[in-house]
Design a protein around this ligand. Structure first.
Ligand code: ADP
Ligand code: MG
Length: 678
């Protein structure tokens, strides 16, 4: 049996089972041995019957008797008594009528299950049972638990993998020998076998370490290679014009924070180099990233090159264009700002192109999609990417083909990426963090509100609107649904605008509306013509209305931590005190997530907690690149990450050729395509 063989060659796999396995993504023998347990149940310690304590237990005992009967319609019970030297214990199975017939009195079994008090007596309920003389698979060991499906159970998977152990041992090594020695790592085959058949906790830990190490090593290597590639390219060196920078800063309506100064300085230094900048600026919502981007743009424009600012939505593109217009006006550069949004007529497109070609417009703001056709890339010096767009080596190269050079890239993100994750995923990026927000802001007072207090809350909100402030109400759904729990924007809008808030100007905004319609509503809200905006998460990113001071989040338990934090960031942007209310949709107690939001406004701290609560997959999900699955490595394992990163560096320094490691090469190539974010 070879690893590349179809799954049907495995003993016990017929067409039906094969189909079930394929649905789990298992097509070959390799896929099966690579199907790692999700978790483990430790039944390795065998207890004496007389010593049993409530909880998961394993005993080694002889079956005295077993009988089965129906206690009522649809309810079958198998009762058995097992004994060892120290005593006897009752074991019961519910609705497993085959049990009594399958068990053989007088034989010795391993029984692994939960020992608990039920119907006034202690018994072991629904355990696994295996003959001691057989090779125990489901009992008396650290039992792996696999992701199962309706068609395929975790026990079945255990059994099938058991049949593949000889093949598993053929797994070829992916890492260089010196790395295994230096890092004292198990071989790939040993580690994989130990994941399925851990002999001890220590061995399991060693197996995890090996496989986790490999994952982080691969990611880091992909990052390093990407970085090398970018660094080897030439770009425009943008010289630093101190007078211009001073003039711009002098005319700002506020003082830059120290963080903003520091980051702008880093960017200027990056751009004076001949190699392209690849910098990510991380700053919580409201940290003031736009002005930093404006200052980067300024230098590039002054030297006659174009700057493209890419926003995720048209709404944000408009806001950026407006903000940049205002920021550049004192220098007389406002007319160089050009907004590129959808629905341009042929004539408008032409006009745009002329303006660009003549050098009248140098700062082009739009959505990602609009750049390809409209922009004359020949003079493109800088790309600013706002909020998580994939912008990798490939895209840069295609631009380079036109321009003859690689543009500098500055990415902005409000997603606070925990340090451990940033180090791994964004190894190829230089990262700047805007830690402190501009001063003078009052913290947003956040409160969890139960359903019964909801109406009173809206009474209070009326007061806020009477004082001239504006309010957001965010709901998880657009339309009421019988399938999904949670408030809908449409019903809340109807309820409030016709009910307790009749007479106030209430607006509705959601993702199913046409883009022009959304823009109109948003503009009315920004202009103060709408007092309360009932919306879905379309307002999540970037929207800036400083007069809005209240954020009500309906069915708050339905949102993720990062999302709640982003939503809250829509308020607290002006000089007035802001509030955020997290309204629970039922009487359930507030989750840890909501309590965390209530007590902290530190985006980084919340991101770390999110990672802890939901695992790394969650953050990847939020970043829309699910292909990056770290199955084993924990991003909280700082030491492992540091060592694996170092190993990747050593690999490159030694001049190792990736092509010599076939499997590693394949995976790193795939990762390089995916990790090219921003
Ligand atoms: P974000 O980082 O979320 O994109 P913005 O760039 O939209 O933040 O800035 C948020 C608000 O803070 C804007 O109204 C901006 O004018 C203001 N701002 C930025 N920097 C400062 C500063 N140094 N002092 C005071 N206000 C500032
Ligand atoms: Mg922004």
């Amino acid at each position: 049996m070879k690893l590349t063989d179809d799954i049907e060659v495995v003993k016990g796999v017929g067409p039906a089972v094969a189909q079930g396995l394929r649905a789990l993504g298992i097509k070959t023998v390799f896929d099966l041995v690579d199907y790692l347990p999700r978790r483990y149940e430790d039944y390795s310690e065998v207890s004496q019957v007389s010593q049993l304590k409530p909880g998961p237990v394993t005993i080694k005992a002889v079956l005295k008797q077993a009988t089965g009967r129906y206690v009522r319609r649809g309810m079958h019970i198998t009762e058995a008594v097992f004994s060892d030297d120290s005593g006897s214990v009752r074991v019961v199975w519910f609705n497993q009528p085959y049990r009594a017939g399958a068990l053989k009195p007088g034989q010795e079994y391993y029984i692994s299950g939960i020992y608990e008090l039920s119907h006034q007596r202690f018994q072991v309920i629904n355990p696994s049972a295996e003959l001691v003389k057989d090779f125990p698979l489901n009992t008396a060991r650290i039992v792996p638990v696999y992701r199962q499906s309706k068609a395929i159970s975790t026990n079945q998977i255990r059994k099938l993998i058991g049949a593949c152990v000889p093949s598993l041992r053929q797994l070829s090594e992916t890492l260089p020998g010196w790395m295994l020695t230096d890092e004292k790592l198990l071989s790939r085959a040993e580690a994989t076998e130990a994941m399925h058949y851990p002999q001890s906790r220590e061995q399991l830990a060693a197996a995890r370490r090996r496989l986790g190490f490999e994952e982080v090593f691969e990611l880091s290597l992909a990052s390093l290679l990407n970085k090398q590639e970018v660094v080897s390219e030439h770009s425009l060196a943008i010289s630093f014009d101190e007078r211009l920078a001073r003039e711009f800063v002098g005319k700002l309506p506020f003082q830059l924070t120290d963080d903003q100064r520091r980051v702008v300085w880093q960017i200027y230094q990056d751009m004076t180099a001949k190699h392209p900048m690849n910098r990510l600026v991380e700053g919580d919502v409201g940290a003031g990233k736009t002005v930093v981007a404006a200052m980067a743009a300024l230098m590039v424009m002054r030297q006659g090159y174009q700057v493209a600012v890419m926003a995720p939505t048209e709404l944000l593109a408009r806001q950026h264009a407006e903000t940049l217009y205002k920021l550049l006006k004192p220098l007389g550069l406002q007319d160089e700002v050009l907004l590129l949004v959808g629905g341009l007529s042929a004539a408008q497109k032409k006009k745009t192109q002329v303006a660009i070609a003549k050098g009248q417009a140098k700062l082009l703001v739009g959505t990602h999609a609009l750049f390809q056709e409209t922009v004359d890339m020949h003079r493109l010096g800088l790309i600013v990417v706002d909020e998580q767009h994939r912008f990798g080596v490939e895209q840069r190269k295609s631009l380079m083909a036109k321009a003859g050079h690689m543009p500098h890239v500055l990415s902005l993100t409000a997603t606070p990426i925990p340090r451990s994750l940033a180090l791994t995923l964004y190894g190829e990026l230089d990262i700047s963090v805007l830690k402190t927000k501009p001063g003078g802001r009052l913290p947003i007072l956040t409160k969890i509100i139960s359903q019964v207090k909801r109406n009173r809350l809206y009474d209070d909100i009326r007061g806020e609107m009477d004082a001239g402030r504006q309010v957001y109400v965010v709901c998880p759904l657009v339309t009421e649904s019988t399938l999904v729990e949670g408030k809908s924007a449409e019903s809340v809008y109807a309820e409030l605008s016709k009910g307790i808030l009749a007479g106030y100007k209430v607006g509705l905004l959601h993702g199913k509306m046409k883009s022009a319609e959304k823009d109109t509503i948003m503009n009315h809200f920004a202009a103060g013509n709408i007092q309360m905006l009932v919306a879905t998460t379309v307002i999540e990113v970037g929207v800036d209305v400083p007069n809005a001071t209240v954020m009500v989040i309906e069915s708050a338990e339905r949102f993720g931590l990062a999302q709640l934090h982003q939503l809250r960031g829509r308020v607290g942007r002006g000089k007035h005190q802001s509030h955020c209310y997290l309204v629970l949709s039922d009487s359930k107690p507030a989750t840890r997530r909501l309590r965390a939001i209530e007590s902290s406004q530190d985006g980084f701290k919340l991101a770390e907690l999110d990672l802890e609560l939901r695992g790394p997959g969650a953050i990847y999900g939020a970043m829309q690149h699910g292909e990056l699955d770290l199955r084993i490595a924990k991003l909280t394992d700082v030491e492992l990450i540091a060592r694996a990163k170092q190993a990747a560096q050593t690999f490159v320094d030694k001049g190792e050729k990736l092509v010599q490691y076939k499997e590693l090469c394949q995976r790193v190539t795939r990762l390089r395509a995916v990790t090219n974010l921003n």
